[in-house]
Design a protein around this ligand. Structure first.
Ligand SMILES: Nc1ncnc2c1ncn2[C@@H]1O[C@H](COP(=O)(O)OP(=O)(O)OP(=O)(O)O)[C@@H](O)[C@H]1O
Length: 530
């Protein structure tokens, strides 16, 4: 329309108030539009376009951010709700990549599809305009459009491959960074800094190369699109003598075609971008499609107290894809209000049993009953309210000592301090520069192994659970401190249920009952003595 205006204003036609040539532009319709009317319409159209563009930008970015946010929430929620075993099979660095980076691919795909729709709409409207003005030119343009689409198809597969390669290079880079951070002490102890630097640089180069290739392919498709448009325009000009089209109509159609070119380019780049992000999209969708933990969503009967016993009835457990069971035909009873030691050689399935008690995993065969009721029929959260576990490795979080003991639960500070006393942790905590407010960070590098375990123990105790599970929870303590902790616990848990996993016979002897596990690989079943 702007081009028309410029032509119209420079036109010195005898009928000076009208735009005599303009109908050709609109397909030969008669018109008596005055210049001032045309100027007004164009100014209004430009203002409208600016406003609509602005509104479109605001709406598009709002929708895009909402999609990203909702996908991030769903991915994070999914990590919390997938069965524990499935979660263990994912690489942590991949999960971080999916949530932090790849989740954007969904919003990106949505934006791409919207833009694709807009470009397609524009192409159709321009195409219709051309058809009305000069159909032979429209036919030519369609023929070039077909050639254009076919050549674009050649790029599509390359874009998909490039997207997958770029994603996998990025995943490897994140994975290496993640493991380096996790194992930095070992890396330094073995003097492997240069090797790691070398591997990182190689991976980083690969990532950079995939991005450069993507940019080069973008430039190539843009060149293709420009060349084809130029080809069609050249064909029109060369064949204008033989085409049954009026010169002004041909000129108008050609200008229209040229104006259409950016939209074609936009259409191409969006289409190819969709191919490029396909691999990221698949990762996001695969995680979202994971089944939720059936136990988490199952509901069931509420349990307020453990009154009699926890019984394992011929329980076996196979980890996914494992050839041997981790626990085989275990039958035993853990009596309420008593202390029980769970012993057995390494690999005999003690932690697996603790995980079954925590309902993180469920028996592959057999069943577990709580006061005669199948654990699978009890409401999971009511059961977990009764329990707390402390293990050998303590998962500390970025926060103060207080935060780490509370662990985002609604627990009074006096209960935190009581728990620290019970875990024999108060003394060393108060010796820290800021005491309970000392910032630990997720690695808590300033703490020794035994100090970390005591923070973990305090965390388990702070909620004053009815049933306390200790899985090698004091293994890093010196004998004297371990003795002090255990005697405090035995006093506190007199009349309550305490289950202790330990390799130390001295610890097991302190417990009233003992369940001795034989490794599943050597036992042909049965006997788990109580
Ligand atoms: N997530 C898992 N996937 C596959 N196999 C596993 C997994 N966790 C444990 N296992 C296997 O199950 C068996 C029992 O492991 P578990 O950790 O329960 O033994 P444990 O008695 O607690 O050993 P330890 O005393 O050394 O801590 C082992 O053979 C172990 O390799």
């Amino acid at each position: 329309m702007l081009v028309s205006l410029v032509f119209a204003l420079s036109q010195q036609s005898p009928a000076s108030g009208s735009v005599a040539w303009l109908p050709a532009y609109f397909g030969g319709l008669e018109s008596s539009i005055t210049k001032s009317m045309l100027v007004a319409v164009l100014i209004c159209a430009i203002i409208l376009r600016i406003i609509l563009g602005f509104v479109n930008d605001i709406i598009a970015s709002t929708v895009s951010h909402q999609i990203s946010e909702s996908i991030r929430h769903r991915l994070y929620a999914k990590i919390l709700t997938i069965p524990f075993q499935r979660f263990q099979r994912y690489e942590r660095s991949d999960l971080i990549n999916v949530i932090a980076t790849e989740s954007y691919s969904v919003a990106s795909a949505h934006t791409g599809l919207v833009r694709l729709g807009i470009s397609l709409g524009t192409i159709i409207i321009f195409g219709a305009g051309m058809l009305v003005m000069a159909w032979p030119i429209a036919v030519l343009a369609v023929m070039f459009g077909v050639v254009h689409n076919l050549s674009l198809g050649l790029f599509a597969a390359a874009y998909r491959r490039l997207g997958a390669a770029s994603l996998s290079a990025l995943e490897e880079l994140t994975h290496l960074s993640w493991t380096t951070l996790q194992t930095l002490k070992a890396v330094k102890s073995f003097g492997l800094e240069d090797d790691h630097k070398g591997i990182f640089e190689t991976l980083s180069k690969t990532v950079g190369e995939t991005w450069r290739r993507s940019d080069r392919m973008g430039a190539a498709t843009s060149l293709l699109s420009e060349t084809l448009t130029f080809g069609v325009i050249l064909t029109i000009i060369l064949s204008s003598q033989v085409l049954p089209v009026d010169f002004r109509a041909a000129l108008s159609a050609t200008i229209l075609l040229y104006r259409l070119q950016p939209h074609i380019k936009q259409f191409d780049s969006q289409l190819l971008r969709l191919h490029e992000i396909e691999a990221s999209l698949q990762n996001v969708l695969a995680l979202i499609a994971e089944q939720d933990d059936a136990r988490k969503t199952a509901g069931g009967e509420e349990l307020r107290h453990l009154k009699q016993e926890i019984v394992f009835h011929d329980v076996s457990f196979f980890y996914e894809e494992a050839r041997m069971p981790a626990v085989r035909h275990a039958s035993f009873s853990i009596r309420a209000g008593e202390t029980t030691a769970l012993t057995g050689p390494s690999g005999s399935g003690k932690t697996t049993i603790i995980n079954m008690l925590l309902d993180l995993i469920q028996p592959t065969e057999g069943r577990i009953t709580i006061d005669g009721k199948d654990l699978s029929t009890i409401e999971r959260s009511s059961w977990l309210r009764l329990l707390a576990v402390s293990g050998q490795d303590v998962e500390l979080m970025d926060g103060s000592v207080l935060d780490n003991i509370r662990f985002r639960r609604d627990i009074l500070e006096e209960d935190v301090r009581w728990a620290a006393d019970m875990a024999c942790a108060t003394e060393f905590i108060e010796n820290l520069p800021y005491g309970f407010d000392e910032w630990l960070g997720d690695e808590a590098i300033r703490l020794s192994g035994g100090q970390r375990q005591r923070i973990g123990l305090a965390r388990a105790l702070a909620g004053r659970p009815d049933i306390l599970l200790l899985d090698e929870a004091t293994s890093a303590l010196d004998e004297e401190t371990e003795g002090r902790v255990l005697s405090l616990l035995l006093r506190e848990y007199d009349g309550r249920t305490l289950i202790v996993v330990s390799h130390r016979p001295s610890v097991a002897r302190l417990m009233k009952n003992r369940i001795d596990l034989r490794p599943a690989t050597t036992a042909d079943g049965l006997l788990y003595g109580g």
